[in-house]
Ligand binder design. Sequence first.
Ligand SMILES: C[S@@+](CC[C@H](N)C(=O)[O-])C[C@H]1O[C@@H](n2cnc3c(N)ncnc32)[C@H](O)[C@@H]1O
Length: 155
Amino acid sequence: MLEFGCGYGTFTLPAARRVQGRVYALDIEPEMTCATAAKAREAGLANIETGVRDFLAHGSGRPDRSIDYAMLFNILHIEQPAALLNEAYRVLKPGGKLGVIHWRRNRPTPRGPSLEIRPTLEQCRDWAKAAGFEFVRSEELCCCSWHWGLVMRRP
Ligand SMILES: C[S@@+](CC[C@H](N)C(=O)[O-])C[C@H]1O[C@@H](n2cnc3c(N)ncnc32)[C@H](O)[C@@H]1O
């Protein structure tokens, strides 16, 4: 798996517990990757590999068609969403899935970017389609009323 922008590892650890393979967790901020790596150590999760990397400037560094699942969680409000989606497409194997989560735009939330720059589920779905992905489903996140979820697939 590959997580673009792992932050403090909020999603990295639960994801790593669910898979047997390696989880690559990238972030441009060393503070974020250090926090994620420390949490992984504390939790005894040996399958998380963190990396400090600007994946917009330099790509993710993973080979073409090498990843089963890519996570774009709370990151598609960046200025170049298409570049990030193209990179996710490049690294995913055919049949590989892309998970997208983002803060809802229609309600204030305790954290998250300003409402104006939050993309909607429909925007992200259309951007992902433009990058070559197929729509799989939108995901009802019953655990959280502040976010929506989307699953896409590389054909
Ligand atoms: C809003 S946080 C979301 C973190 C995590 N995905 C979550 O949902 O808890 C976005 C993260 O992406 C990272 N990020 C933003 N642009 C990046 C880039 N070009 N390359 C690598 N990481 C980046 C930020 O440092 C930040 O940790």
